[in-house]
Design a protein around this ligand. Structure first.
Ligand SMILES: O=C(O)CCC(=O)C(=O)O
Ligand SMILES: [Fe+2]
Length: 287
């Protein structure tokens, strides 16, 4: 009789939320992220320093403003999308070691880059409205977080400057807010932090932003990752093998090139032709 069900081996057992291997715990400790992890687990959101120079943060801000000019229509000057590949600086953003580690905490190994956009909000920019980012996941939300968003605040985050608003612990409800809850915003607080900070949250948390009441612009890069089984918001098919050549393998992984999902090769008669990728996918999906 097989003992596989009673005693699953490592590839078959699923890692539970906030359960880490010794090696990964050490990595989080070395990156000084253990408090950040404890905070997001308890409150549903956290803030960390991106650990970059002021020059890098300024370069990022300027690049976002420049690329937003390439946007057409009403969003011109106010947002820029599909940023990976449009300037090398965004590779440094998604490969930032602290971001990579938190992505693994919140979406497991093999997570996909779902969306990389910049928003530029001038004085008078309104509130976007309370929501949970897992808008394409039905409630009750699974205990495993599905979508993870980090906002890179290129500018200081203050309430009057229109920073992000969160309702701490609302992620524990594991559902979308109801219309009356969206209107009441009970328990909402501003997340204030210096430029170069990353404000991040669980896909279940209810959040929004404050309207901007001061002059100048709030420039933010919204970085969203999802578990590997979820469809992504943006498509990066144009970043082909040639673009990936010589680049860190983490980029191929976050673009879904190292898992077997969405394969196009009919010559092998099925996805089974990609056994190595298949095993990697199953293993990562359980992490
Ligand atoms: O702009 C903000 O402060 C929040 C944006 C937001 O809801 C998001 O990026 O998911
Ligand atoms: Fe959101």
């Amino acid at each position: 009789m097989s003992t596989a069900i009673e005693k699953p081996d490592e590839t078959l057992s699923t890692v539970q939320p906030f359960e880490f291997s010794k090696e990964f715990t050490k990595q989080l400790k070395d990156l000084d992220l253990l408090k950040t992890v404890a905070h997001i687990k308890e409150h549903g959101y956290a803030v960390m320093d991106a650990d970059v120079s002021e020059e890098f943060n300024n370069k990022l801000r300027e690049t976002c403003i420049k690329l937003a000019q390439e946007t057409e229509g009403g969003a011109k000057g106010y947002s820029a999308a599909i940023l990976l590949g449009r300037d090398p600086v965004f590779e440094e953003v998604v490969l930032n070691p602290r971001i990579q580690a938190m992505v693994e905490v919140m979406c497991g190994k093999g997570a996909l880059l779902s969306q990389l956009i910049a928003s530029i909000r001038p004085k008078g920019a309104p509130e976007i409205g309370l929501h949970a980012d897992q808008n394409w996941t039905p409630a009750p939300f699974p205990i495993h977080n599905q979508i993870f968003t980090l906002c890179w605040a290129c500018d200081e985050y203050t309430e009057e400057g229109g920073c992000t608003k969160v309702i701490p612990k609302s992620h524990l409800k594991r559902r979308h807010p109801l219309p009356e809850e969206i209107a009441a915003q009970k328990g909402a607080i501003p997340v204030e932090c210096p430029p170069g900070s990353l404000v991040m949250w669980d896909g279940s948390i209810w959040h929004s932003n404050y309207p901007r009441n001061i002059k100048g612009e709030r420039v933010v890069i919204h970085i969203t990752f999802s578990r590997l089984a979820l469809r992504t918001v943006e498509c990066y098919d144009h970043l082909d093998e040639k673009w990936l050549e010589g680049k860190p393998e983490e980029l191929a992984i976050m673009l879904g090139r190292d898992d077997f999902l969405g394969h196009k090769d009919f010559s092998k008669g099925g996805a089974g032709g990609e056994v190595e990728k298949l095993v990697k996918t199953f293993t990562r999906a359980r992490s």
